[in-house]
Design a protein around this ligand. Structure first.
Ligand SMILES: C[S@@+](CC[C@H](N)C(=O)[O-])C[C@H]1O[C@@H](n2cnc3c(N)ncnc32)[C@H](O)[C@@H]1O
Length: 190
């Protein structure tokens, strides 16, 4: 039983019926306003509207912080007349973040007409050995948080995976596409 359900049934029991009905009507009003169409203008009314639209999909809603970043980055691309951007996750592990990012990119692309490429960087074999104390060797060890590449690929539609330590893949990635593809959102989680 969710907290929302507990609060709702508690309020129904504790408050007079007229007050409960007013609260329900107010909630409907707020929801309708939140989802009322706002034309694109790269200002907060549209950014908030787009955020809430994307958050309606439960698969996207697992990562609200990605939704906000992708909405912001894509809106900026649209204003600047850039028709295609990349969104990137550094550190993919099992892939739940990248799966959410793909879902979010699709939804934001639909709202804006901007093409969004999704890229994930990871060793593919979990954490590299700690290099020094900044890697907290007391907590993290080599091979922790590995990826099941086949399983992840079967759950993704079109993200590109760069599987190798980032220091080996990043230079080639940038050299290959920086002039044609702009970065709209980067999530760093190694
Ligand atoms: C915390 S997990 C990522 C979780 C993921 N972002 C999510 O939200 O579902 C960190 C991942 O970063 C990867 N990683 C750490 N250092 C790396 C490096 N130097 N190059 C490539 N991948 C690295 C590891 O393989 C590990 O799976």
């Amino acid at each position: 039983m969710g907290i929302d359900h507990i609060l709702r049934s508690g309020a129904k029991r504790a408050l007079p019926k007229r007050m409960v009905n007013k609260i329900i009507a107010l909630r409907h009003l707020i929801r309708q306003k939140a989802h009322a169409y706002v034309p694109f203008d790269n200002m907060y009314p549209w950014l908030n509207y787009a955020f809430l639209q994307v958050m309606r999909d439960p698969d996207c809603a697992t990562r609200p912080q990605y939704v906000w970043g992708v909405v912001q980055g894509t809106a900026l691309a649209k204003v600047l007349g850039i028709s295609r951007i990349s969104v990137i996750e550094f550190g993919v592990a099992g892939g739940s973040g990248l799966i959410a990012l793909e879902c979010i990119a699709q939804a934001v692309s639909k709202l804006t007409g901007i093409d969004i490429d999704i890229c994930g960087f990871d060793t593919g074999t979990g954490l590299p050995p700690p290099a020094d104390v900044r890697d907290q060797p007391n907590m993290w060890f080599s091979g922790q948080l590995p990826m099941n590449e086949q399983r992840l690929l079967s759950r993704l539609k079109r993200p590109k995976l760069y599987l190798w330590p980032v220091k080996n893949t990043l230079k080639a990635f940038i050299a290959g596409c920086v002039r044609v593809i702009r970065y709209g959102f980067v999530h760093v989680d190694p």
